[in-house]
Design a protein around this ligand. Structure first.
Ligand code: PRP
Length: 206
C-alpha cells in the first residue's frame, strides 16, 4: 500500500485528476465526507487530507510515502525528503507586495512584513537589521490595508486578490512556484517496486 499526503484546498482537485490519470483509483477522493483517512476500493492506496504546510511533515516522517504540495511550502518547511517531479500545476510566484504609492517603504529602516511564510521571510530579509515579521494564517492582503504591516510576502497566482485590495507586486522573490511530487526517502527504497512505476506513470500523464 502507498500512502499519499494531499493538500486540502486549491491543489486538491488537480492532484486527484493527475493521480487518476496515472491509474490510481481516486474515486474515494470525491466522496462528501469529513473523514481524513481515505482508502481506495482496491486497498492499494491510502490518502491523508491535510493542510498544505503539513504535507512535508507527513512525508518526511514516513507516515505518507508520497505527497503533493506547492514549492512555496517546501521552501518554507525545508524538510528532508525527495522532490521527485515538478507537476507544473498551480503555478504562482512568491512576492513582496504593498501599495504602489508607498514603494519606498522597502527602504525604511524598520519594515513590518505580514506573511504565512515566516521562515522564508527571515531568509529573504536576513540582511536587514530591523525587521518585524508578523505571522498570519490567511487573508494576508488585509495586513497592509488595515495598517497592520507595511508589506506582505505572499504567493500571487492570478493577481486578482492584490488588485481587489489596491496592492501591487513590489518585488518577485521566487518565480516558477508549482506543485511538486515529494517522496519519503526510506519508502523510496523499501517500496521501490511499487513507487517507482507509479512515479513514472505520474510523469507520463503530466
Ligand atoms: C492565496 C494567497 C493570496 C491569494 C493569491 O490565498 O495567500 O491571498 O491566494 O491568489 P490570486 O493571485 O489568484 O488572487 P488563498 O486563496 O490560498 O487563501 P488564504 O487567504 O486563506 O491563505
Amino acid at each position: 500500500m502507498i500512502a499519499f499526503a494531499l493538500s486540502k484546498g486549491r491543489l486538491a482537485e488537480k492532484a486527484g485528476t493527475l493521480l487518476a490519470a496515472a491509474g490510481v483509483d481516486t474515486a474515494v477522493l470525491s466522496e462528501d465526507t469529513r473523514k481524513l483517512v481515505l482508502e481506495s476500493a482496491d486497498k492499494r492506496y491510502r490518502f491523508f487530507l491535510v493542510k498544505p504546510a503539513d504535507v512535508p511533515v507527513y512525508v518526511e516522517s514516513g507516515v505518507a510515502d508520497l505527497g503533493i504540495v506547492g514549492k512555496d511550502t517546501l521552501i518554507e518547511e525545508g524538510r528532508d525528503l525527495y522532490e521527485m517531479l515538478d507537476l507544473k500545476m498551480g503555478e504562482c510566484r512568491l512576492c513582496i507586495a504593498g501599495y504602489p504609492e508607498r514603494r519606498d517603504v522597502l527602504t525604511n529602516p524598520h519594515l513590518r512584513v505580514a506573511t504565512k511564510y515566516v521562515n522564508t521571510a527571515r531568509r529573504v530579509f536576513a540582511d536587514r537589521e530591523e525587521i518585524e515579521i508578523i505571522p498570519l494564517h490567511g487573508s494576508i492582503e488585509l495586513a497592509p490595508v488595515t495598517g497592520l504591516a507595511d508589506v506582505i510576502l505572499d504567493v500571487v497566482q492570478t493577481g486578482s486578490t492584490l488588485k481587489a485590495n489596491g496592492l501591487v507586486v513590489l518585488e518577485d522573490v521566487f518565480t516558477g512556484i508549482t506543485a511538486r511530487l515529494v517522496a519519503n526517502k526510506v519508502s523510496l527504497k523499501t517500496k521501490a517496486a511499487e513507487m517507482l512505476p507509479l512515479i513514472q506513470r505520474i510523469k507520463e500523464s503530466l
